[in-house]
Design a protein around this ligand. Structure first.
Ligand SMILES: Nc1ncnc2c1ncn2[C@@H]1O[C@H](COP(=O)(O)OP(=O)(O)OP(=O)(O)O)[C@@H](O)[C@H]1O
Ligand SMILES: O=P(O)(O)OC[C@H]1O[C@H](OP(=O)(O)OP(=O)(O)O)[C@H](O)[C@@H]1O
Length: 216
């Protein structure tokens, strides 16, 4: 008899971002019953567990893999999900990795905003249009706050959590675009094709998040 195909109807392919979300995501999904553990540090990008394949991706790629059906489900920040523009099913706010996307300037800055540095050009464009600010958006990849400190831009749009990055760099939050937290996302076709595994998993995750919220 030939071995069972990896992509059998009861097999799940899971997309998780490396970085700060990975550990909590693996922990939550394990508590919900998936047989996962944190992958060992290595160059391996795909990890096999009984009945589950884990794909380790960049944050921005998680909605793409789920929307195009290569992954059945994933976990990603709402910020990245909004920026992706992908219309994936988003059944649960997992309530970790909480932060907000904000307009940030040097303390006391009053000059007109001509350029805005950000990793979130789509969200930035929508916000600036709504505010009637005709600024150029400069897409950056990391340490976004440096753009406001160096004069590359008069403002940046970036994530704030504790505010310690702002305080350490003489910056202030001028406005909040939206609040973000980690979300479970699911491919719509997989929800039907793999419903026997996905429906109970979604229900267990919903219960876990509700219980943990009640304890907080
Ligand atoms: N300081 C923070 N506190 C809490 N949550 C955060 C913070 N910064 C980012 N996040 C959330 O965690 C997600 C992942 O952040 P992480 O820092 O791992 O990504 P990154 O390394 O900036 O991403 P990439 O390099 O893949 O673009 C973000 O999309 C956001 O939802
Ligand atoms: O309000 P705080 O608690 O200081 O958190 C906010 C900082 O955290 C994130 O950066 P990260 O550490 O992920 O580095 P990055 O800029 O390279 O993404 C974000 O881009 C802010 O810089």
């Amino acid at each position: 008899m030939s071995p069972a195909p990896v992509y059998a109807p009861d097999h799940l392919t899971l997309a998780l971002p490396k970085g700060r979300i990975l550990e909590e995501a693996v922990s939550l999904l394990s508590r919900a019953g998936l047989p996962l553990s944190l992958p060992e540090k290595s160059r391996a990008l795909r990890h096999e567990f009984p009945g589950v394949t884990l794909l380790e991706l960049r944050n921005q790629d998680v909605p793409v893999y789920v929307d195009l059906g290569v992954a059945d489900l994933g976990i990603v920040g709402k910020d990245v999900l909004i920026e992706s523009g992908r219309a994936v099913f988003e059944p649960i706010d997992l309530r970790f990795a909480g932060c907000r996307l904000s307009l940030i300037r040097e303390v006391g800055a009053t000059a007109p905003i001509n350029r805005v540095g950000t990793k979130y050009p789509r969200a930035a464009r929508a916000y600036l249009n709504a505010q009637g600010i005709p600024a150029e958006i400069v897409k950056l990849s990391g340490n976004i706050e440096l753009a406001a400190l160096t004069g590359l831009a008069e403002a940046v749009i970036d994530l704030v959590q504790t505010g310690s990055t702002l305080r350490a760099n003489n910056l202030e939050e001028v406005d909040v675009l939206f609040h973000s937290s980690a979300r479970l996302i699911v491919n719509r076709a997989a929800l039907k094709l793999r419903r026997e595994r996905l429906r109970p998993l979604i229900e267990r995750l919903r219960e876990l998040v509700a219980v943990e919220q009640a304890v907080d």
